[in-house]
Ligand binder design. Sequence first.
Ligand SMILES: [Zn+2]
Length: 438
Amino acid sequence: MGIEEVTKTARTRLCIESGERSWLKDARYTARDIANDTLRLKQAGHSRTEIQKDVDREDFLRNNKCAVVGKALQAWDSYKELLNWWHDQDDTHVGKPSPPATDKKGAYPLVMAHTEGYRLTLNDEDDRIQFRVSPKPYKKVRGHLRGRQEDLKLIKAALTEEEWSLGQAELLHRDGVYYLHVTAKTEIDVPEPEDADTLVGVDINERNIALTALDRETMDTLGTLVLDYGTVKAERQRYHTITKRCQEHGQHSIHHQLGEKEERYTAWILHRMSRVVVEFAQQFSNPVIVFEDLSGIRDAIKYGTYMNRRLHKFPFHMFEQQVRYKATWNQIPCEMVESPYNSKSCSCCGHRGYRQGRRFRCTNDSCGVQQDHADRNASVNVAWRAWAKHAGVDVESVTYRTRKTQPFVRKVSLSGSGRSVNRPSSSREIASRGVLSA
Ligand SMILES: [Zn+2]
């Protein structure tokens, strides 16, 4: 993995001391025009360079313009992703997504690069963070930032510590208050996946996430955990997550069909689960988190209903990104393995088997496992494939894989109701339940 860039966002308020508030307002409305034009041109097939040239205007900082165009094009990419997903759906009870609107009224966030569109400095005398925002050429708004201690601390670190730097900021306005959301960047040295001592395989489906940690040397199972996140709500998760992103860019039609409550639930559960995955991995020596590469499978192979359901009903990409983000902060590498027949292979002997409800049954008479928790079995396969990949082993040629893995499964419910009696309080506690004692 090597050096990875990670970002955090500090949310602050502007306390304006000089300059006109109307300049900020004008700039946010000009940003809206630029965003509309960008999307219109993109839809007409123009390149980014052509768009940049076309939307140029005198009353707007050129540097800010580039940033606004970038943000609008991100909205376009989100729409494309949603559209692809929609095309793959069997169940199209939700309407076809429409492209981001190009005639939107109202303000757009003013996106700015540090030192160009905005600049922050630390005033040593009063320990305040001073800002300068340039909404228009030769027009500057100045003042200082207010906010929570942790947000201000992050910005101060970015201004004073060598390993941190400031990225883009967005100027927003709500109920008469101007907000500045500032991104701070740093780099983290993440070990290479092939140097890991413990392989943590992740298997995801519409009901749960199964994790298995294998010792790379001995192929012993060090831990295994199945996280159950409930069936009903999970079905709509992937949809909600993408919708949430699109909603910011004007896809209200779809958004309205979904409750805000469920959206929060999705965000909560993704956050929670990704934390458990990382904390589970942290308990072992030099871990690597291994995902199946599901994206390739979707395009390449007609995979049968089970696989299709898995792909469609879980916000896999979002989940993976969150795990990666949290893992990177903890210097844990992640990697992908291709995994055809993952859920159909026996994790012990490699033979094909079959699912029977939640159980996996091996068809090899001489295999010691014969049956296992199906999702756990799949997670062992994911971890094992990472081993095979780095050992240069042909996956199909090996008949013996892991040690006879015990069908021990710790199942923990992560349902959102909070009524479950045994519901553990912290994600660390959940994670620790999956470690096997020697
Ligand atoms: Zn077997």
